[in-house]
Design a protein around this ligand. Structure first.
Ligand code: ATP
Length: 308
């Protein structure tokens, strides 16, 4: 079975407060993009789970989220594991790693979807999402994808109207990685005193962004872009700050860091403008370590592209 596993960007990321489980309470607006990994998964016929990837930076042991997804399904459904056996999982990595684009989470999401089908489990999307949240907060969104509000620690998903077709340019320094746990820990140290005690009144937080999305008013959406983690990542990583400024100077409708970074996106009026922005940034930052992608928002998460 071959699946497409799209990356995501965060149009909105607000840190509301602390939770008793040690995570942060979040209010996010997540958006799938066309930039995607390809995941091939076959039944191995024995009890092994094997993961491989053409990119040597991606782990092939049980620290790979795709591996952990298969392992978790084996634990949850031992009879199916015995009946059908394990998997060989092959990841073709196109999504930059440790970039705030949920690369690992979307690979895991593809495995959850595939295992459900290959083992004939007949789970609903909601059931798969609930299981997947045990190993990563971004995985439930990656399964359904499109445009959605994510609350709780990011695992509670409510779909919102689609923004399909809006072009973005994405920039990421290949050798620059930001650890997500570091970003949240630093935020807690520096801004913990501002945390809201009233974490139940979440509906209001991303309200203006959701209104703009409902109207598909791209200019309004760009006014409402927000990411609290920029407050800790931009001061620490001057290259990311400079990249964000360059996006701004390129005349994009809006620009923001995605997730815990270091990738930065710029929202464009058209494919033509996106290509011009890419060229402008390439001219201003002639650093071969900087990868740029012209891509667009899509209305889906994991898709099965072929099934033998
Ligand atoms: P998020 O936006 O969910 O925080 P990210 O895009 O910042 O994720 P990933 O690309 O998932 O980050 O990679 C973070 C780390 O996870 C990597 O350094 C890598 O060691 C590990 N990892 C585990 N599984 C995978 C995978 N399938 N693909 C890429 N990295 C993985």
């Amino acid at each position: 079975m071959r699946l497409t596993a799209p990356a995501k960007i965060n149009l909105y990321l607000e840190i509301i407060g602390s939770r008793t489980d040690g995570f942060h309470e979040l209010a996010m607006v997540m958006q799938s993009i066309e930039l995607a990994d390809e995941v091939d998964i076959i039944l191995s016929g024995d009890k092994r789970i094997q993961v491989s990837c053409q990119n040597s930076q991606v782990p092939s042991d049980n620290s790979n989220l795709a591996y952990r997804a298969a392992e978790l399904m084996g634990k949850k459904f031992p009879d199916a594991f015995t009946k059908y056996g394990g998997f060989e999982i092959q990841i073709t990595k196109n999504i930059p790693i440790a970039a705030g684009l949920a690369g690992g989470s979307t690979n895991a999401a593809a495995v959850f979807v595939a295992v459900d089908l290959l083992w004939n489990l007949g789970l609903t999307q909601g059931e798969l999402q609930e299981i997947s949240a045990e190993i990563g907060s971004d995985i439930p969104f990656c399964i359904s994808g499109g445009s959605a509000i994510a609350t709780g620690r990011g695992e509670q998903i409510s779909p919102i109207p689609s923004l399909e077709g809006i072009y973005i340019v994405l920039g990421k320094y290949k050798s620059l990685e930001v650890s997500t746990p570091w970003a949240y820990k630093t935020y807690r140290t520096q801004f913990g005193h501002t945390y809201s005690q009233d974490i139940d009144s979440l509906a209001v937080h991303s309200g203006n962004m959701v209104k703009a999305i409902s109207k598909k008013d791209v200019k309004d959406i760009c006014q409402e872009l927000h990411n609290d983690l920029e407050k800790v990542v931009l001061p620490e990583y001057p290259l990311v700050r400079e990249l964000r400024e360059t996006f701004h100077n390129a005349g994009v409708l809006g620009t923001m860091m995605s997730g815990s970074g270091p990738s930065v996106f710029g929202i464009c009026e058209s494919q033509q403008q996106a290509k011009e922005v890419e060229e402008y940034i390439r001219g201003k930052i002639p650093n071969m370590d900087l990868e740029l992608f012209v891509t667009k928002m899509v209305s889906h998460g994991i898709q099965v592209t072929s099934h033998a």
